[in-house]
Ligand binder design. Structure first.
Ligand code: GLU
Length: 428
């Protein structure tokens, strides 16, 4: 398998590997190996100093056979079209595995959000929507939050879209704030969804969750609620989380052997995911190197930061005690590292199954928007658990039936659904 950490090459390598096993038709592969549409845009924004700055942005639509393209928009200084392509492709598989009637898309802007004022952020996301207004929308492509973007930004984008089309159109964007067209449970959904999958994996492996420990990479939205869920829902212990420190431009791991308190840490984390080191130290946390999380002696590793984190080098550091890897992030494991993980018999819950709780809740949000009738948090979380447990079961069933690892099984489930929709629509 390729040793590449280019996310799009990774996504294609994973797809090719399963397409070979399935003996998938060459022409069908040609359709699915590449996004259907790609927009590379330049976005002029009036900055607070009065000058115009031009940002580069992307929106990639991979496949809409099963429904409108769906996927987040990232703000990241190292964003590339290839990363967005990979993420769009993974969204197609994610929606198919979760069995929600949506396709795959993703957006990105090359920018460090911490360098923008609130006004600049608002002007940037509104301009993004103005440029793409004919190519996004509730029946075409529905953006949502991802790394570096927030519910408030979604609210601005929805407003801009609604003004441009002359109608209140909340379903054009999901992940909106509560009271502004958002859904209960959307903030927690991705992290809690990771934990529903971990719970099902432990059931399958015969592990008592109350005796288990976890190490988490990242402390953004997904990592925060995965940590909270691991402790509050499973009764396990999280011994560390890591975060990117935007002041020091480096990553740190925050460790407490007796168990971290994610709600406390969340309270001392800024809006960009940087934990206050002084306050953490005063509360008894050891502050270690950013890479320290991966070598911890724990039962579960939860990479919930960025892509390519478990690679040919770092995979060697995984402790022999680790039984489950739950991919909260998109694409955290390279194909080269996958080979080692599979050889070692670690049960890996692949990204587009494991983190599908976010988009599933986004789907619920758009359904509520269409009905103009909103559900309680309990209703949302019960539906989310049900959808994710079913998705997990279908992938586990495929894995046992075909004697393949969970990632390949997830691809098999997803590809079959997308190919079927393409057939039914007469595309192939
Ligand atoms: N950005 C999230 C993801 O990667 C959520 C996408 C959505 O809600 O559309 O799954």
């Amino acid at each position: 398998m390729s040793g590449s950490t280019n996310a799009f090459e990774m996504a294609q390598a994973q797809f090719d590997h399963v397409a070979d096993q399935l003996g998938l038709d060459e022409q069908v592969r040609e359709i699915l190996r590449w996004p259907a549409r790609e927009f590379i845009i330049r976005i002029p924004v009036r900055m607070d100093d009065g000058k115009i700055k031009v940002f580069q942005g992307f929106r990639v639509q991979h496949n809409d056979a099963r429904g409108p393209n769906k996927g987040g928009i990232r703000f990241h200084p190292a964003e590339t079209v290839d990363t967005v392509r990979a993420l769009a492709m993974w969204m197609t598989w994610k929606c198919a595995v979760a069995d929600i009637p949506l396709g795959g898309g993703k957006g990105g802007i090359i920018v460090d959000p911490a360098t923008l004022s609130n006004g600049e952020k608002e002007r940037l996301v509104r301009a993004y929507i103005r440029i793409l207004v004919r190519n996004v929308g509730p029946r075409q492509d529905v953006p949502a939050p991802d790394v570096g973007t927030t519910a408030q930004m979604m609210g601005w984008m929805m407003d801009e879209y609604s003004r441009l089309v002359g109608q209140y159109t909340p379903g054009a964007i999901t992940g909106k704030p509560l009271g502004g067209g958002g859904s209960q449970g959307r903030t927690e959904a991705t992290g809690y969804g990771v934990i529903y999958c971990v719970r099902e994996a432990m059931k399958h492996l015969g592990i008592d969750p109350k005796t288990t420990t976890a190490a988490v990479q990242g402390f953004g939205n997904v990592a925060q609620y995965a940590s909270i869920g691991f402790i509050e829902q499973l009764g396990g212990k999280v011994i560390c989380v890591s975060c990117w420190d935007r002041n020091d431009k480096t990553a740190y791991t925050f460790t407490k052997a007796e168990g971290i308190d994610p709600r406390f840490l969340k309270g001392i984390t800024d809006q960009y995911g940087t934990i206050d080191k002084e306050k953490a130290k005063a509360a008894g946390y050891a502050i270690e190197d950013g890479g320290a999380w991966i070598s911890k002696k724990v039962d579960v590793l939860i990479p919930a930061a960025l892509e390519g984190q478990i690679n040919g080098d770092t995979v060697k550091l995984i402790n022999s005690a680790v039984k489950i890897i739950a991919e909260g992030a998109n694409g955290p494991t390279t194909p080269e590292a996958d080979v080692v993980i599979n050889q070692r018999g670690i049960f890996l819950i692949p990204d587009f199954l494991c983190n599908s709780g976010g988009v599933t809740c986004s789907y619920f949000e758009s359904v509520q928007n269409d009905q103009n009738f909103y559900w309680t948090k309990d209703e949302v979380l019960v539906k989310l658990d049900h959808t994710m447990t079913q998705a997990f079961d279908s992938v586990l069933g495929m894995s046992l039936d075909k004697k393949v690892v969970m990632r390949d099984a997830a691809y098999m489930v997803a590809i079959a659904k997308v190919v079927k929709a393409m057939e039914l629509r007469g595309w192939i």
